[in-house]
Design a protein around this ligand. Structure first.
Ligand code: UDP
Length: 251
């Protein structure tokens, strides 16, 4: 680590797929341990860390609903899947000696705490890693939207989206070698060009609350802390400076 972190309170959005081993589904222990180590190393830098975990490695509501299941029921199953991922991650982080709390948007008293905003804030002040489970608690939403929502509620300085690649590209770089990588984007670029980073409601929520989004590779060891200290590779999505200050390009 070469520099101090640039942010005090951050939220990491990690998709469920990030917990799978290559070519499998479900939860891979070694992969969970690796991600837990990334989170622990950032927490040790005295950064307050929130995590929103997805559930796509176990169950996705949209896919089940295309096979005839009621979308709302399928989405509730998807939200339950995120709780399983949250518990796996909690366990792995605590084995590294970092205190954590799982807060679920769907109350599950014997499994974890219910989501209560002020309680979550208190945990963060006590330097506990807070893992938000069950998305927004509502069907027809995604954990991307939950991430933007919790980042706004917790007053996070930045939202980090951990993906399989080191930023936002014009096309899937794993399939198209000519895909262009962006260094910096405005929220509106992501929306108007329909870049597949996070869904539109998540981007809009981050934009309305002026929360920058850093897109980076969760697969690269050390990337989470590197991005926070400004030495890692990522794409920054934020409002363009001229819009922030109200200065028009033509004077
Ligand atoms: N989900 C939901 N409401 C939410 C968040 C998630 O209904 O607020 C459901 C939805 O069915 C989704 C599943 O949970 O498909 C898993 O979440 P997501 O697809 O966002 O996970 P990821 O792609 O990040 O692994």
């Amino acid at each position: 680590m070469s520099a101090d972190p640039k942010y005090k309170r951050v939220l990491l959005k990690c998709s469920g797929e990030a917990l799978m081993a290559d070519g499998t589904t479900g939860i891979d222990n070694d992969t969970v341990e690796r991600i837990a180590a990334e989170i622990a190393s950032v927490s040790r830098l005295d950064v307050e860390v929130c995590v929103v975990i997805g559930g796509g490695n176990i169950f996705r509501g949209v896919s089940a609903s295309t096979h005839g299941m009621a979308r709302a029921s399928a989405d509730y199953m998807g939200m339950l899947a995120t709780v399983m991922n949250a518990l796996a991650l909690q366990n792995a982080i605590e084995r590294l000696g970092i205190e954590t709390r799982v807060l679920s948007a769907i109350p599950m008293a014997s499994v974890c705490e219910p989501y209560i905003r002020r309680r979550a804030m208190r945990h963060l002040e006590k330097k506990r890693v807070v893992i938000f489970a069950a998305g927004t608690g509502n069907p027809f939403f995604t954990t991307d939207t939950a991430a933007a929502l919790r980042a706004a509620e917790m007053g996070c300085d930045v939202l980090l989206k951990g993906t399989q690649v080191d930023g936002v590209y014009s096309d899937d770089p794993l399939r198209n070698p000519d895909a262009i990588r962006y260094e910096r984007l405005d929220y509106m670029d992501v929306l108007s060009q329909d870049l597949k980073v996070m869904d539109a409601s998540a981007i809009s929520l981050a934009r309305e609350n002026n929360i920058p989004i850093l897109v980076f590779s969760i697969q690269k060891p050390g990337a989470f802390s590197d991005v926070l200290t400004g030495v890692g590779r990522c794409t920054i999505i934020e409002q363009r400076k001229e819009e922030k200050t109200g200065v028009l390009a033509n004077g």
